[in-house]
Ligand binder design. Structure first.
Ligand SMILES: CC(C)(COP(=O)(O)OP(=O)(O)OC[C@H]1O[C@@H](n2cnc3c(N)ncnc32)[C@H](O)[C@@H]1OP(=O)(O)O)[C@@H](O)C(=O)NCCC(=O)NCCS
Length: 166
């Protein structure tokens, strides 16, 4: 039965839509802002996302068929990739999709000759830290008082990983 299912997937005979990603479009901004406000205490403004679209960052929508599952804002230059924002919509979290999305981003970054990826994360963001550690990121530094926080400021932990992974 399993072999039959695998064959159907390989031959495209299953109705299940695969996960994929495509560049973020202006028309995605309403959905993105809705997710952004749900998941962060200090969400990016729509203005920042519009700037990212204009600035030529790699802005990815993570999709399954028509379903919008998440998004990432990344940049790649001179062999270094940066993840500036990555989100999975709340209803789709904790299902392994963060890992799927990151793997897709890594492949894309490798195509652009990136040999390492950097990101910053709040020490209080346990789910993101778990995701990054699971994917093999290592903590390489700390930026003091980097983020806004209700009690003043919060540091950023800097993580990196070499590409290709594994
Ligand atoms: C961080 C985020 C992208 C993770 O996405 P996700 O789809 O839930 O992650 P996954 O399901 O792929 O889980 C990856 C790992 O993290 C763990 N994890 C996920 N959420 C967790 C949570 N809330 N608490 C503890 N561990 C968690 C999973 O168990 C899994 O570990 P495992 O492989 O050892 O089992 C998602 O929580 C999110 O969008 N958060 C809001 C935005 C954000 O904080 N982005 C990061 C900014 S730096």
């Amino acid at each position: 039965m399993r072999i039959l299912q695998k064959l159907k997937v390989l031959l495209g005979m299953t109705k299940k839509k695969p996960y994929g990603f495509r560049p973020i479009r202006k028309g995605d901004l309403n959905v993105i802002m809705d997710i952004e406000r749900q998941v962060y205490d200090y969400p990016w403004s729509e203005h920042i996302f519009k700037d990212c679209l204009r600035a030529g960052y790699r802005n990815w929508a993570f999709i399954k068929g028509e379903q919008f599952i998440g998004y990432a804002i990344t940049s790649v230059a001179v062999g270094e990739a940066h993840i500036l924002n990555i989100c999975i919509t709340p209803a789709c979290q904790k299902k392994g999709l963060g890992k799927v999305f990151l793997s897709m981003l890594f492949s894309e970054m490798e195509k652009e000759q990136a040999n390492c990826v950097f990101l910053e994360v709040r020490p209080s963001n346990a789910s993101a830290i778990k995701l990054y550690q699971t994917m093999g990121f290592k903590k390489i530094g700390q930026r003091k008082n980097y983020y806004r926080h209700a009690d003043g400021k919060e540091d950023a932990w800097v993580y990196s990983i070499d590409l290709p992974v594994g």
